[in-house]
Write a protein that binds this ligand. Structure first.
Ligand code: C2E
Ligand code: C2E
Length: 179
């Protein structure tokens, strides 16, 4: 059991606007639910939710590897063979601009179908539908999407991680005179 992970998940759910990137289906639903129920955020202007279905031959797990949100509060999940994103504070007219920032390819090349929700009531109703999707229909991301960058050159000594610096010699590649 990874207790620290559970705590960080709980903490992050209290502040969904501080999440970014892939979230498990249930965490995603909870985060969007919390955003919709946050009275500090403007009514019907909290963001856009979009569900994208990959073109035939492309798995949703593969589409996820192309999805690179930059803005804090932009989150996505995969399940039911759809990629669902919530784009915080994005206006409906700006959806294509935002998607162009997030995907390295034109989205029409990756997805054949999309559904969009942007009013609080619509988003809330869709989240109710999404919560009814059971865990066996959630898609699991490919390992490369979730893998943390490994700690470079560190060894666990049974208590904690220690870095062992490696000496590097700076050579004079230009062949000039050393100072
Ligand atoms: P952030 O909102 O988490 O966005 C992180 C990065 O995503 C930005 O880095 C930028 O590269 C990209 N990004 C996010 N939203 C947009 C957008 O609407 N258009 C474009 N072209 N790129 C976007 P950057 O620019 O270094 O900004 C770092 C942080 O500074 C942002 O984090 C945000 O907190 C703040 N920030 C910068 N410019 C603005 C702004 O015009 N309005 C607001 N509200 N915050 C800004
Ligand atoms: P823009 O880059 O043409 O983006 C226009 C609008 O598209 C944004 O309006 C926002 O509604 C949406 N949008 C674009 N990229 C993203 C994204 O990565 N995530 C989400 N959730 N929405 C996105 P907004 O926020 O009023 O920003 C207006 C303009 O201000 C942006 O035009 C951009 O020029 C600048 N800007 C805003 N935030 C940032 C930022 O964090 N970094 C930089 N460099 N510029 C920003």
């Amino acid at each position: 059991r990874h207790v620290p992970d559970e705590i960080s998940t709980l903490l992050s759910m209290t502040q969904p606007l501080k999440l970014r990137g892939y979230q498990k289906w249930d965490i995603f639903c909870k985060a969007v639910h919390n955003i919709m129920n946050n009275p500090l955020l403007p009514a019907d202007n909290k963001g856009v939710m979009v569900a994208l279905r990959p073109v035939p031959g492309l798995r949703v797990e593969q589409a996820l590897t192309l999805c690179r949100p930059n803005r804090l509060g932009d989150i996505m999940t995969i399940g039911d063979n759809r990629l669902v994103m919530f784009l915080t504070f994005c206006r409906i007219n700006d959806l294509d601009t935002a998607l162009n920032h997030i995907f390295p390819l034109p989205t029409a090349d990756i997805f054949s179908n999309r559904m969009i929700w942007f009013e609080d009531k619509q988003i809330t109703a869709e989240i109710v539908e999404m919560r009814a999707v059971t865990a066996d229909r959630w898609n699991a991301p490919l390992p490369m999407t979730t893998d943390k960058t490994p700690v470079v050159n560190a060894v666990h000594d049974g208590h904690s991680w220690r870095r062992y610096p490696k000496p590097h010699r700076l050579t004079d590649a230009q062949g000039g005179q050393p100072q």
